[in-house]
Write a protein that binds this ligand. Structure first.
Ligand code: M6R
Length: 613
């Protein structure tokens, strides 16, 4: 949460920082601020509210500096206010700092600094950082740029928690120091400019060459130079990585909202994720994975660990992996997995799914699994993201940048990638007939065109959204794999429309929750699994007879008169059905949110990347 951006180059920093902040606003948007190095010292302009408020601040126009740092906030410590906004400075206004993450021991550090005469102006955890840097800088008595670096290093070694930091000082008008630990940060580089950001898309229009920092690596930047150091301040060699994404992939390109654009990008995202890995004539090709028949045959359990939508993709993946590979799969929420003392050993394979690759709980769960002897496999949409750097193996969805807070194309790409993985494992295990495997492959290859056909339901969905947008509660039902779609549909609805919604295994409803069904309540059911359709219809009858309004998403023929609305979608195999069935539910959430006049891409209280635990 929180977005940070930095610039060090030959142009005025402020306009570049403002553009960067507006692109990072999805990470937090309750306050924003900038600090640049000016002729007479460090500037500081910040305020409560969105980046637009900062842009309209008259002080902004006075900023001429070519080095600057900026921040858009998602409040953790202290309410949104000018004082709590970043950047923060030390008492002598020598250092300006922006921070993304949480400092867990800030109370103790604040007490120590107060005892040493430092005052605090905000309620944030971050304000200890510039003061601590000042404390060490003065204590170490080295006023060279190496002394600056050393003070930042000493400060960072005192911090517990997570942080991505950009630091500038009026004493070093040509430099910026950046460092990260368990929070994302990338450094884009051109000949005489450096761009720093919490994510790649925000600075893609300037460069495609990036330095990726590991935990506690320090970058000492000048416009023409980037030097990297470990915690002993030994210089380390670092190469750039080139990113394939284009700058236009991070623009709305004529769509009203990123979410709608990303929904419509799903055929391309699936096609790119399939890439050249799937073909009917050869085995599924994951060169980057080195799994052997012996290893896979000895696996006793697979864990799939993730949060939110990525976890829902994991539930769909469990279905296909268990059916094809006959290995038990347990899916867990990362924040729960970590604290329940899970049984992990070298006979467990742990798969971690994260669009951003920066979700704090997923990273922590990965570290736990690795330390317990499990092999770890990361699935991410962001090349070089933290989970991919921690894991033994990494594979990627190629969905392109996902900007809207509500995940859409990342989810469907994750489901298809898990299907590909299941096929890959099964081919190594040699445990499924060729026609079974070829059928799945053919259905995967057909997905882009089937998703495009599914978009035809748009107007029906829009009309249904108009009917129900003022509802207070909506229920989602499904059985088997359809329940996983119900869960995802329900999450989409609540996060962007603020309508309370629950999802249930259809057969479970009568064990208590059916008490909530009353006249006029909307119940949305997913009926894709042919084997379970009769049973699910019986459950829908139970809610209809208690007065529910019903919407059904199905690829099968059914008595349409029975329901208030039936959305017919193309048929596919059960394993892949979540990819088709979720499309109408994504569109429904989108149009309800629009109908209510809400900010679809930046729903309240949420941030795209949850980098705090
Ligand atoms: O970046 P990640 O995939 O790790 O993010 C996990 C969740 O925070 C994310 O899927 C969240 O649930 C989405 N906003 C849902 O649309």
């Amino acid at each position: 949460m929180c977005g940070i951006v930095g610039y060090i180059g030959t142009k005025k920093a402020c306009p570049i920082l403002l553009v960067g902040l507006s692109r990072l606003e999805y990470r937090g948007y309750d306050s924003a601020g900038i600090s640049t190095i000016e002729k007479d010292g460090l500037s500081l302009v910040k305020d409560k509210g969105r980046v637009k408020v900062l842009e309209s601040n008259q002080e902004i126009e006075k900023l001429d500096g070519t080095i600057g740092i900026a921040h858009t906030r998602w409040a953790t410590h202290g309410k949104p206010s000018k004082e709590n906004s970043h950047p923060h400075q030390d008492n002598s206004k020598t250092f300006s700092v922006v921070h993304n993450g949480i400092i867990e021991n800030y109370h103790e550090l604040r007490n120590m600094l107060e005892q040493n005469g430092y005052n605090f102006l905000s309620q944030t955890d971050t304000e200890v950082i510039p003061n601590l840097i000042h404390y060490y800088f003065t204590k170490n008595q080295d006023s060279s740029v190496h002394g600056f670096l050393q003070a930042v290093r000493d400060c960072c070694l005192s911090l517990k928690g997570s942080f991505a930091l950009e630091i500038i000082s009026k004493l070093f008008p040509e430099n910026m120091i950046v460092v990260r630990k368990d929070s994302p940060l990338v450094i884009g580089t051109c000949e005489d400019e450096k761009y720093i950001s919490s994510d790649i898309p925000a600075i893609l229009s300037y460069t495609r060459d990036f330095y990726l920092l590991n935990d506690l690596e320090f970058a000492l930047l000048k416009n023409t130079e980037a030097k990297f150091y470990d915690t002993d301040l030994n210089e380390i060699d670092k190469r750039t990585s080139s990113i394939e994404w284009t700058a236009t992939a991070s623009e709305k390109n004529g769509y009203d909202d990123f979410m709608l654009k990303e929904i419509y990008e799903q055929p391309t995202a699936i096609r790119e994720t399939l890439g050249a890995k799937i073909s009917l004539n050869s085995k599924c090709n994951f060169d980057e994975l080195k799994f052997t028949k012996e290893y896979l045959s000895n696996i006793e359990k697979i864990y799939i660990i993730a949060c939110g939508t990525a976890m829902h993709a994991g539930l769909a993946g469990k279905n296909v992996i268990e059916k094809l590979c006959r290995i038990p799969v347990e899916v867990d929420i990362a924040s729960e997995f970590r604290y329940r003392d899970p049984i992990i050993n070298e006979k467990t394979l742990s798969i971690f799914i994260s669009q951003s690759g920066e979700t704090a709980d997923t990273i922590a769960a990965l570290k736990l699994a690795k330390a317990s002897g499990s092999k770890t496999l990361a699935i991410s949409n962001v090349i070089g993201s933290s989970i991919t750097r921690e894991a033994d193996y990494s594979i990627y969805t190629h969905a392109g940048p996902e900007i809207a807070v509500a995940s859409t194309k990342a989810y469907t790409s994750q489901v298809v990638l898990l299907n590909m993985l299941a096929v890959y494992f099964s081919e190594i295990l040699e445990n499924q007939p060729l026609d079974v495997i070829n059928k799945i492959k053919q259905e995967m290859l057909d997905l882009p065109k089937k998703i495009t056909k599914t978009f035809k339901c748009k107007n029906e969905i829009k009309a249904f959204a108009k009917k129900i947008y003022q509802e207070k509660d909506v229920f989602f039902l499904g059985r088997g794999i359809d329940e996983t779609v119900a869960k995802e549909g329900s999450l989409k609805l609540k996060e962007i429309s603020y309508i309370h919604s629950e999802s249930y295994a259809a057969g479970e409803l009568k064990h208590g929750s059916i008490a909530l069904i009353e006249n006029g309540v909307t119940v949305i059911s997913v009926l894709m699994d042919k084997a379970l359709i009769e049973k699910s219809i019986s459950n829908i009858q139970e809610v209809i007879s208690r007065g529910a309004k019903t919407l059904v998403v199905t690829s099968h023929d059914c008595d349409e008169n029975m329901f208030d609305k039936v959305i017919k979608v193309p048929d596919t195999i059960t394993y892949l059905s979540p990819i088709i069935a979720i499309i109408p539910l994504q569109l429904l959430a989108y149009y309800i949110s629009k109908e209510k006049g809400l900010d679809v891409d930046k729903p309240r209280n949420l941030a795209k990347s949850v980098t705090v635990e």
